[in-house]
Design a protein around this ligand. Structure first.
Ligand SMILES: Nc1ncnc2c1ncn2[C@@H]1O[C@H](COP(=O)(O)OP(=O)(O)O)[C@@H](O)[C@H]1O
Ligand SMILES: [Mg+2]
Length: 293
């Protein structure tokens, strides 16, 4: 059975989208079946994938660059907009990019949907879609990229997920951010207690991202302070041993993917991150089986 995993942090610019994309792409390159769901109305991940696979949304205007691109009609809005779902099928919603990688693309039009969204049926839409179409039988990993807010989108993503992972960039607000995140999860569990009773949600861990290969004294100090903070100790939060190392190519080109790039350091880095990611998931799953019996 596949794992449904949200990339979560209420803060922006911490590497959620980049890690989601690189981990997903890496897993697919190793023949795992991966579905990426772009839940962020900013649709940054979708833009990366579209550039890589030469797609454009049907509402995107043609220009010199995308004239020969394939036109994509799939969109996350089909999931959030119920009336669609009843008459549509998963083949219309999911765009298959390769044998192992698929995406439910984000849609900049979602911004306009936001006001009309809300209500518990909409919040459950993503979870129901994954369950109704048994997507966890089709995919080994379903990775959800979230916007940097505690919003309808994050709730919808978390209700659909079994696991979440939180990328952070170390600064003086990180500890506060980690605490807010735990509180948001606790609140969600309390509001939707029936949902989490039959399917719990666990944190894979926190991962430091965009860390220079030779971090400054300041960055090192922030990391030390975070790791030794009361909150992290009391809540027994797992921190990845491997950090996501900075690669200057990443912000320069949205079509850049580590696996296909020329940085061996980054390739090795994403490899060990994915190894740790998989080990953690395995451990959490074993624990929850023990708890159930
Ligand atoms: N490992 C990295 N090396 C270099 N730049 C990175 C790295 N990770 C993220 N970035 C850059 O940092 C910025 C924020 O990352 P992003 O993944 O979009 O964060 P979020 O999704 O949390 O808002 C982007 O410009 C991205 O290209
Ligand atoms: Mg993002």
């Amino acid at each position: 059975m596949g794992h449904v995993i949200t990339f979560l942090n209420m803060k922006g610019g911490v590497g959620k989208t980049t890690l989601c994309k690189e981990i997903g792409y890496y897993l697919a390159s190793r023949n795992d079946r991966v579905l990426i769901i772009d839940v962020d109305p900013q649709a940054n991940l979708t833009q990366s994938i579209f550039k890589k696979y030469s797609y454009r949304h049907k509402y995107e205007h043609e220009n010199d660059e995308n004239r020969n691109f394939k036109v994509c009609t799939s969109s996350i809005n089909m999931v959030f907009n119920h009336s669609y779902i009843e008459e549509t099928d998963k083949e219309k919603v999911i765009l298959n990019l390769s044998e192992h990688l698929s995406i439910i693309p984000g849609d900049l039009n979602t911004v306009f949907l936001e006001r009309t969204l809300g209500g518990s049926d909409k919040e459950q839409a993503l979870k129901n879609f994954i369950e109704d179409f048994k997507l966890n039988e089709d995919f080994d990993y379903i990775l959800l990229d979230c916007p940097p807010t505690y919003s309808f989108y994050t709730t919808a993503a978390l209700l659909a997920s079994d696991l979440y992972i939180s990328p952070i960039y170390p600064d003086s607000y990180s500890i506060l951010g980690i605490d807010l995140l735990s509180k948001a999860i606790e609140k969600l569990k309390s509001v939707h207690r029936e949902r989490f009773k039959y399917r719990p949600i666990s944190q894979i861990g926190v991962i430091f991202s965009n860390i220079p290969r030779s971090p400054s004294v300041g960055v090192k100090k922030f990391i030390e302070d975070i790791l030794s903070s009361d909150i992290v100790r009391e809540q027994q939060i797992y921190f990845f041993n491997n950090q996501f190392v900075r690669n200057p190519q990443i912000p320069k080109d949205v079509g850049y993917f580590i696996v296909d790039g020329d940085s061996n350091n980054s390739k090795m880095n994403i490899e060990v991150i994915v190894e740790e990611f998989q080990e953690r998931i395995k451990m959490i799953c074993q624990q929850s089986t023990v708890n159930q019996t």
